[in-house]
Design a protein around this ligand. Structure first.
Ligand code: HEM
Length: 775
């Protein structure tokens, strides 16, 4: 199975939605008057620029519209689920068809309404009448708008896309969606694990990476994480780890994080969690973006090929943009400054045409009785197989190219399940996987209000459905026939069993060795530390330093001394320097190692620093602009940034037109470093009118600073977080005065040259030399 390049079809799928964008950037309403038109023109100019995040498909009029019209169409980057019937028949209806139609407000039954602003009362000052059916319908529906959030992975973001097979998996599996150039629609939901629905995106946590492939042979769900191993070896421990990691039951704090006593109490006692926890404490726990995360199926699956041979397989998603992370301070700042950072990043990238993509790959192992590869138990989900021992072989390309039209209908109601399998892919006896096979549908029965959630549009299969499941809450199928049972003669014997030649899913006939029923693990599961050490040894110095700081922070937030001491004992079994440095930070003695195991070799593939460079597609470039300077040349830079596939955000001393039609998307007051991957300074940036220089000077800042203090802060924070900075003209002076100099700071006379160098620096994600790590 040699690695192959993306196919033509994949490239086609990844083309920009430019045409559609033009089509929906429609004209302002006819009713617009003069002043209204001016506002609309300005907004249209904004739309012309590739600034993602505009709330509607048309710029709104300044005055409240008075002429009835059809609802606005969705934005060009949006789509809904394919419109298929509850039983999977393609209706040919456009997925962007609106849930509403007609120019007038109606009841849910379609009766037009004259007034929704006043309840029906006995006189203007009288009591409200019970007979007001519209009031009751409106309030009753509202009262029931919320559904339970997911018990874990409650916070997430989703997008539609397409998967194109390379055909390279033929040797391993008969799964049709992996065939060469086969295109399959997909829906992907990314998530954090611990936080509530409204929690911040950038907390330190594992991330979910769940993909629904709507294949011709039935829906296949690959429900993975961005970390290749898990906390526990057996699903029966899942409630324990989640109870420990969720906020404390008494005060319900802290939200969406592991820096608290119950979490460290559990993982320090339950040392099989140490490997996963080490990944959490590494930069993998704070991804830069969903677009820059790897994904892993975690468990080993069993695949079947056309020759009837089986193999054991681990699935991997490799992001085209490489694996990149935030630094901890950025993650913390973002928790307050932009808690929706990852959700916004995903939607903005798609809207700007920088479609995120991942290659799906497999590690393939012989399916023998042992189910062990290179001494690694393939059924133990706390273990990974280093890529150096079993290379990840690419088998297809996933491209996310459309945002959802409605978050609730799609992202919230999507329901993944590991039992959604297709012929050619089956499960193994991994005890974590086995429990998951039960858990997802069980929880969805409550979360989605009954057994028919596979009929919700986002969950509808695209393959024909002919089951014998009947009735239940929210039944959408209007089933014909009288015999939903087998055998029958009344419905002509339908539905029939399918044979293998008809594409039936066949549970693979795996021999289970004679055994005694027990509640215990195999002996190989007792090794809790060797792979944690393997991960630690694979990290670069700067990554190790981040790990030390993360443990020190997290344990520093614990109150109980015994828990800190116990976790240090676990760290001593991973690495003595790691343990010593964390102990020093906590002011505790470093314990001695107590567990012996063979020294593992490092796996360089686990590090995200050094080596390769990555595309800069969709990265955010801030441009600080002086309106008294040459805004025309700044606009050229802005266009060059767009041309290079990145997203420019113009930062001015005030909003609106900075001169010559150059529109500010951020101001000195609204721009913060954390949202930019690099910042360019295109001119002087004297204090803006809202800079409050006098107040700052009371706190020791210069009374008459040459540069707006917020621009200085912006540059210094970018520098501190090892981001590339660039300047030309008077901007060079601004940069110099901010004290930012050295590696990754690019100055020159020609903006084009500066931009080119900055883009090159982005290929490495950060200016790593600025972190003088010594761990
Ligand atoms: C390898 C280990 C695991 C991985 C990779 C994983 C991954 C995920 C992901 C990605 C989601 C979010 C799905 C979505 O976006 O809707 C999720 C949800 C969930 N997981 Fe897991 N999980 C793992 C282990 C478990 C275990 C052991 C259990 C229980 C025995 C479990 C129970 C759940 C439940 C109940 C949900 C919520 C599902 C819903 O409400 O739709 N998970 N998991």
């Amino acid at each position: 199975m040699p690695p192959t390049k993306p196919t033509k079809a994949a490239k086609k799928a990844a083309t920009k939605p430019a045409k559609a964008a033009k089509k929906t950037a429609a004209k302002p309403a006819k009713a617009a008057k003069k002043g209204v038109k001016k506002a609309a023109d300005a907004a249209a100019a904004l739309l012309e620029q590739p600034v993602p995040g505009a709330p509607g498909s048309e710029p709104p009029a300044l005055e409240e519209p008075t002429t009835p019209r059809e609802p606005l169409p969705p934005k060009a980057d949006q789509t809904g689920p394919a419109v298929v019937t509850a039983t999977g028949t393609d209706t040919g209806v456009d997925p962007t068809a609106r849930a509403q139609q007609g120019p007038f407000l109606t009841t849910s039954q379609g009766a037009r309404l004259r007034d929704t602003d006043h309840s029906l009362k006995a006189g203007p000052r009288g009591p409200t009448l019970l007979q007001d059916h519209h009031l009751r319908e409106k309030i009753t529906h509202f009262d029931h708008e919320r559904i339970p959030e997911r018990v874990v992975h409650a916070r997430g973001a989703g997008a539609h896309g397409v998967f194109v097979g390379y055909g390279t998996a033929d040797a391993v599996t008969v799964a049709g969606f992996l065939a060469k150039d086969k295109e399959t629609p997909v829906f992907v939901r990314f998530s954090t694990v611990l936080g509530s629905r409204g929690s911040a995106d950038t907390v330190r946590d594992t991330r979910g990476f769940a993909t629904k492939f709507y294949t011709d042979e039935g829906t296949f769900d690959l429900v993975g994480n961005n970390i290749p191993v898990f906390f526990i070896q057996d699903g029966i421990k899942f409630p324990d780890v989640v109870h420990a990691a969720k906020p404390h039951p008494d005060r319900e704090i802290p939200q969406a994080q592991s820096a608290h006593d119950t979490f460290w109490d559990f993982v320090s006692l339950h040392t099989e969690a140490q490997h996963h926890t080490l990944w959490n404490m590494s930069d993998r726990g704070i991804p830069r973006s969903y677009r820059t995360m790897e994904g892993f199926g975690v468990h080993t699956f069993r695949c079947l090929n056309a020759e009837g041979e089986t193999s054991l397989v681990k699935f991997h998603w490799k992001p085209r943009l490489g694996v990149h992370s935030l630094v901890w301070e950025e993650a913390q700042l973002l928790g307050g400054l932009d808690p929706d950072f990852h959700r916004r990043d995903l939607a903005d990238a798609i809207e700007s045409g920088a479609f995120p993509s991942w290659e799906l790959g497999v590690q393939v192992f012989p399916d023998d009785e042992e189910q062990v590869f290179a001494g690694i138990d393939l059924l133990d989900p706390t273990k990974l197989v280093p890529e150096e021992l079993a290379p990840v072989q690419p088998i297809g390309l996933l491209t996310l190219n459309r945002n959802v039209t409605n978050f609730f209908a799609e992202t919230e109601q999507v329901a993944f399940h590991l039992g959604n399998l297709v012929p050619g892919i089956d499960v193994t006896d991994d005890p974590l996987l086995q429990a998951r096979l039960f858990s997802y549908v069980d929880t969805q029965l409550t979360r989605l209000g009954g057994p028919n959630f596979s009929q919700i549009p986002i969950n509808r299969p695209h393959a024909p459905v002919n089951d014998m499941l009947r009735d239940g809450f929210h039944q959408h199928g209007d089933h014909v026939g009288v015999a939903p049972y087998r055998p029958n003669s009344l419905d002509g014997g339908c539905p029939f069993h399918a044979g293998v030649e008809d594409g039936a899913f066949v549970d693979l006939a795996v021999t289970v060795p004679a055994a005694t029923k027990v509640r215990e693990n195999p002996a190989s599961y007792d090794d809790h530390f060797s792979q944690a050490r393997l991960f630690w040894k694979s990290m670069s110095s700067v990554e190790r330093e981040h790990i030390v700081l993360a443990y020190t922070f997290e344990l520093g937030k614990c109150y109980e001394q015994a828990i800190k001491e116990r976790q240090l004992m676990a760290l001593a079994n991973i690495d003595d320097e790691l343990c010593a440095q964390v102990a020093q930070g906590l002011g505790l003695p470093a314990p001695e190692r107590t567990v012996e195991y063979p020294e593992p070799d490092p796996s360089p593939a686990l590090s995200q620093v050094g080596g390769e460079t990555w595309p800069s597609d969709g990265r955010i470039i801030g441009i600080v602009v002086d309106p008294s300077g040459d805004t025309g040349s700044v606009d050229e830079v802005r266009r060059s940034v767009v041309g290079a596939g990145m997203v420019p955000l113009v930062i001015g001393p005030h909003g609106g037109d900075l001169g010559g039609g150059l529109i500010a998307q951020r101001t000195f007051g609204t721009a913060r470093s954390v949202e930019f991957d690099a910042v360019l300074v295109a001119g002087a940036a004297p204090p803006a009118s809202d800079a409050l220089v006098a107040r700052d000077s009371k706190a020791g800042a210069p009374a008459t600073p040459a540069t707006d203090p917020r621009v200085t802060l912006l540059l210094q924070e970018c520098f501190r977080h090892a981001k590339a900075l660039g300047a030309w003209g008077d901007g060079q002076q601004v940069l110099e005065e901010s004290g930012c100099a050295g590696a990754g700071v690019v100055t020159g006379d020609q903006p084009a040259g500066v931009l080119a160098e900055v883009q090159e620096l982005l290929g490495l994600h950060r200016v790593w030399e600025r972190f003088a790590a010594e761990v």
